[in-house]
Write a protein that binds this ligand. Structure first.
Ligand code: PGA
Length: 270
């Protein structure tokens, strides 16, 4: 079993629908020009809600090899919840992924583990894949409990999932101190965390779950540090924030990941 790497751009609250359209056209052109092979690396965009429809129209009209998704979702399915967007609404826009539990959502919105579990279930029920974000803050790292903390977050959110549900999630290990800070985890520590998360999945679910779940690294990823990080066997791609706002830079990261699979370092279900 091999895991196809994913490079996902988390645009956060950037780009209106016109800027999104321009970005997608430029990215598609850059990847085509580089003869990018989408069979080796999946590229996904996570625009703000208001730009998802524009991305969908372009992807469908030009038959682009791009996936896309949302950065947040409501835990409810329908009704009097002013301002919320449901999983079914996102799925009907062709979204494949929804980011769940991002540290910025945990910080600025009342999202606790119980709420995040409901989001994961809602995303799965709507036929999409949650990208579950976990990762320690600087304090936990200083206390030496970084791995336990990240694995504990995975455990808290996934413990009641079935094997089939667990096989459909992705995990993004994003140390909070690395997000938007320019400080990036070393390849060793990204690998250590990804491996600990995979081992936890192996101990909790069927072997095929641990072997197939993609574990991304996120936190100040750029084209300068992507190469070393993607060479780690349990790192299956990236969740990219700041660097995903520049089409040249984002395409460069995607190409680095695609090339890493050409070297035959293709990650297998170990
Ligand atoms: P960054 O953000 O790449 O800007 O550090 C990553 C993220 O928050 O997903």
């Amino acid at each position: 079993m091999t895991r196809k790497p994913l490079v996902a751009g988390n645009w956060k609250m950037n780009f209106d629908h016109l800027e999104a359209t321009y970005f997608v056209q430029k990215l598609a052109w850059l990847l085509r020009d580089a003869r990018f092979d989408a069979r080796r690396c999946e590229v996904a965009l996570m625009p703000p809600f208001t730009a998802i429809r524009s991305v969908q129209v372009l992807v469908e009209a030009d038959r682009l090899d791009l996936s896309y998704g949302a950065q947040a979702v409501s835990v409810t399915t329908q009704g009097a919840f002013t301002g919320d967007v449901s999983a079914d609404m996102l799925s009907s826009l062709g979204c494949s992924y929804v980011i769940v539990g991002h540290s910025e959502r945990r910080r600025y919105h009342p999202e606790d583990d119980a709420n995040i579990v409901d989001q994961v279930r809602g995303v799965l029920a709507a036929g999409m894949h949650p990208i579950l974000c976990v990762g320690e803050s600087f304090e936990e790292r200083r206390e030496g409990i970084a791995l336990d903390f990240a694995v504990g977050q995975v455990s808290d959110v996934t413990r009641d999932l079935s094997d089939e549900q667990a096989a459909n999630i992705l995990v993004a290990y994003e140390p909070v101190w690395a997000i938007g800070s320019g400080l990036v985890a070393t390849p060793d520590s990204a690998q250590e965390a990804a491996r600990a998360i995979r081992e936890h999945l192996r101990g909790t679910f069927d072997d095929h779950v641990a072997a197939s779940v993609r574990i991304l690294y996120g936190g100040s990823v750029t084209s300068r540090n992507a190469r070393e990080l993607i060479d780690e066997p349990d790192v299956d791609g990236f969740l990219v924030g700041g660097a995903s706002l520049d089409a040249d830079e984002f395409a460069a990261i995607a190409r680095i990941v695609e090339k890493s699979t050409r070297k035959g370092s293709g990650r297998t279900g170990r």
